[in-house]
Design a protein. Structure first.
Length: 98
């Protein structure tokens, strides 16, 4: 049986879909190629995680509506988090359907 695809959806749009997500601390991280980049706009926000590294945030934009800092990724990670480097996670109302 093939693995089921996990989807990230906000404002009626599928932002990402993959059967190769990685789950860390309860968040689904989508492979970079599974994310529809047209819905992401870089944010100025960055945050540091003590074990993963520095997260870069993105605003999610769909049909003219903006969900500020609703996505993030670690462009460079610690050795312990290398498996999610460049993978993208969502929150702030983005629905995840595993």
């Amino acid at each position: 049986m093939a693995p089921l695809s996990t989807k990230a959806i906000w404002n009626g749009a599928v932002l990402a879909e993959s059967d190769a997500c990685r789950i860390v601390e309860g968040h689904y991280y989508f492979p970079p190629e599974a994310v529809k980049r047209e819905h992401l706009r870089p944010s100025r926000k960055h945050a540091t995680c003590s074990w993963k590294g520095v997260a870069s945030y993105y605003d999610v934009v769909v049909n003219g509506k903006v969900n500020c800092q609703a996505a993030w990724c670690y462009l460079q990670t610690s050795a312990e988090a290398r498996h999610i480097q460049r993978y993208i996670a969502f929150w702030h109302g983005v629905e995840i359907f595993p």
